[in-house]
Design a protein around this ligand. Sequence first.
Ligand code: ZN
Length: 113
Amino acid sequence: MHEASLASRFVQATLEEAAACGAGRVRAAGARIGELHGVIDRHLAEFYEAMTRGTLAEGARLVIERVAATSVCPECGSLVRGRPHFRRCPECGRAGLETVTGLEMELAWIEVE
Ligand SMILES: [Zn+2]
């Protein structure tokens, strides 16, 4: 789906981070991605590899950390694991749980030399 544009964002963030710390080369980068985004890791890694060619991050490994989804009930405050869609609070039965985690999309770290 949108892996190409995501990869482009991660490449840009990687290069900005590398420049900020004066790195000669980037060996690896960690992407923290919430499971609600439905990103296909392999596609993202392939786009990342292609887009880093000719840059400081050429050959860098993209390590994808998946963040599990949790949501909270606005009525009773119960924390519910898993995707919030179409679910009701197991405690009080209220519909419309609010997402707490699972929508992350950020460059978590880079490893440089
Ligand atoms: Zn509830």
